[in-house]
Design a protein around this ligand. Sequence first.
Ligand code: ATP
Ligand code: MG
Length: 451
Amino acid sequence: MIKKFIRRVLRLDARSGHSLIPVSKHGVRREALSHGARKTCEVLQQAGHSAYVVGGAVRDLLLGVPPKDYDVATSALPEEVHKLFRRSRLIGRRFKLVHCMFGSETIEVSTFRAGDSSDTDEHGRVLRDNVYGSREEDAARRDFTVNAMYYDPHDESILDFHNGLRDLKKKTVRIIGDPGARFREDPVRMLRAARFAAKLEFKIDPATRAPIAEMAKLIENVPAARLFDEMLKLLLSGHAASCVRELREAGLHHGLLPMLDVILEQPMGERFVMLALGETDERVRAGKPVSPAFLFASLLWHEVLTAWTKEQQNARPVAALHLAMDAVLDKQTDKLAIPRRFTAMMKEIWLLQPRFEQRSGKRPFALLENERFRAGYDFLALRSASGECPQELTDWWERFQHASPDTREDMLKPAAPDERRPRRRRRPGRKPGGSSGSGDNGGAPPAAPAD
Ligand code: ATP
Ligand code: MG
């Protein structure tokens, strides 16, 4: 009874505010929402809580783009939410969230909270943001105005405390509050600004953009795992190529992926990276699966190539490639924790590359059977498209993999002189075991990097 009364008062309060936008003004009907999002709000509201669809989903619905997923913000505490939904689970340690499941859909439900800037590190980065708060406080702690709108499926109104709808119409990414302070609290917001600008084809508001170049180095203080998650979101957004362009324009690429700036400054490296990102974007937009390992293997390839050339002064090609890969990956993990499950596959893709140069004897057949053949071949295709290795090589493999057994035999090249030499014993420095790509190709010709 009391809860119902409070709810009514809150509604009245919101209605009287200038921030309440009726459906006649914004046009998003509740039918546009997913089943899970509607159901979650309905159950919470019927239990006397306030509940709204928030964040990216509201923004995307307003733009007429189907939301990727839905977040719900509520006045109910996590434990209360959990009790209301049979198929739900409490997640998170520092700040508890609830995942409510509806078939294959998962709705993330968070309790209104306030940004607490009283607990920061020496750079001003917020360490604690786990204080429950009001709806207004919840809106104020969000990053951008277009991400801080609250949709109520019950009356189809939108609560907009920070002029998000105006900015959405102006195609502007504008941070809520003082840009410098908000980036200091959480430097990842700078990356997010670049990501949203690229993804939504918006401009970053000049005042929001102004402090970025100077504050870019604060990204170094972000824990590596978080940075990796955010980079992955950026790279798998379907707009990776324009995200990277946006990062460069904002002066943010330095120190993100160490050496990404160096790579982008080499014409050959830039071509390769941009081609890889462009193809990833096409796949994402076509709804095809993409492999983060393939993508990271592409981003770091020219770095590996440079190190490989150097290592070949002292080691045989495959041993040198192992040394080069390890050196590059070691450098990366300081900044960007690429999980082990990805680094293993990245190495496999790289290690297959010299094997594509062997087109005689049994080796091409063994390579076809390799479980990473497809990824390795796609990678080879990128290399030739960027001008790093001959197109003729990729074309040969394209024909070879689809040819009949007889044609395959005819296609084989005469063995190169060094392939006929007896195998030498393994040298120190060669890693034992290794991945499927590290097969016995001790006589691999050095794939001379073209730059
Ligand atoms: P996407 O469609 O890419 O998922 P999104 O806006 O939903 O975009 P999420 O990372 O899913 O982005 O975050 C959901 C919401 O949480 C955001 O819309 C924003 O309101 C808030 N948020 C996320 N990260 C931050 C942050 N670093 N600082 C402040 N608010 C944030
Ligand atoms: Mg989201």
